[in-house]
Design a binder for this molecule. Structure first.
Ligand SMILES: [Fe+2]
Length: 297
């Protein structure tokens, strides 16, 4: 039989453990941790001998106090230290969750990203939050968004439904990107319009070189043609709370299927980054902020 002292001690320890877990999930994991996750493989339809190293930064969601510009700058320093051939930015540079003390204008995120340096350069796409944050673009129903213009002003090409050819060691490959699938929302936030145009983007590709495609939301993956060697996404944040390989809440019509990591389906490859920041609630547990390194070929 448990004594009164044992009972009180159990309550005390349970409360302490709950408080410690809550502090970890609300402060330490989202605010102070940074993992580097590496995927090393040869995608399908890849050029023999083409070795490509890319660093992906997804969903920084700059906002005070959780992701101030100075923290984004430290992440950028880490991304440079990884010495990739190119840096790829996968969207959602801002957020406006109710737990903020101040917003960070997207121009500050873009200006800081100028410090990214690599031989092939930095390329970006925009995420749904970049669209939602631009009330003028929402009203008129099309871009370019303030975010797109900010990155372009910073000298960083934004791959909004476009493709370009790059070369590594003289070997060509295509880098393409599409707009957000939930770019425009109605007044009640009950329906969304896509600005992802995969057909016209693929129509820009005029040879057999491998394609790396950036799509903010992984839900576009089923629509990506087999011709694409690798699709790169963010958006889900790995569910922000992920335990035993399962994300409990995922902003995806496919639930856990595209929530996180390296997905291979019917010979097609998708990498979903767990991202860096938080959008709705500033909590992460079992899904620390991450930089993704790709070693392809
Ligand atoms: Fe997103």
């Amino acid at each position: 039989m448990i004594t009164r002292r044992q009972f009180l001690a159990t309550i005390g320890y349970t409360t302490l453990a709950g408080f410690a877990s809550a502090t970890y999930a609300a402060v330490i994991e989202p605010g102070f941790r940074l993992n580097t996750v590496t995927y090393k493989f040869t995608p399908p339809r890849w050029t023999p001998g083409l070795k490509l190293r890319a660093v992906l930064l997804a969903d920084p969601h700059l906002v005070e106090p959780h992701m101030p510009v100075r923290r984004w700058q430290r992440i950028i320093e880490t991304a440079n230290a990884l010495q990739p051939d190119m840096h790829l930015l996968l969207g959602d540079y801002v957020t406006a969750h109710p737990f903020r003390t101040a917003k960070v204008p997207v121009a500050q995120a873009a200006n800081a990203a100028k410090a990214l340096t690599s031989p092939l350069g930095t390329f970006a796409i925009c995420g749904n939050h970049d669209w939602w944050d631009d009330l003028t673009a929402q009203k008129r129903g099309y871009g370019p968004t303030v975010a797109q213009k900010a990155f372009e002003d910073a000298g960083i090409p934004v791959m909004e439904n476009r493709a370009i050819q790059l070369k590594k060691d003289g070997m060509p490959f295509w880098l393409s990107g599409t707009g957000s699938m939930i770019a425009i929302h109605n007044h009640h936030w009950t329906s969304f319009e896509s600005r992802a145009d995969i057909q016209s983007t693929m129509a820009m590709i005029n040879d057999d070189a491998p394609i790396i495609h950036m799509a903010h939301e992984p839900d576009l993956f089923p629509e990506i043609p087999d011709r694409v060697s690798l699709t790169l996404s963010g958006h889900t944040h790995g569910g922000q709370v992920r335990l035993f390989g399962y994300s409990f809440i995922t902003p995806s019509s496919y639930g856990n299927r595209f929530a996180y990591g390296h997905v291979v389906e019917n010979g097609k490859h998708l990498i979903v980054s767990g991202g860096l920041g938080c959008s709705i609630i500033p909590i992460r547990f079992g899904m620390p902020p991450e930089i993704v390194v790709l070693e392809l070929g």
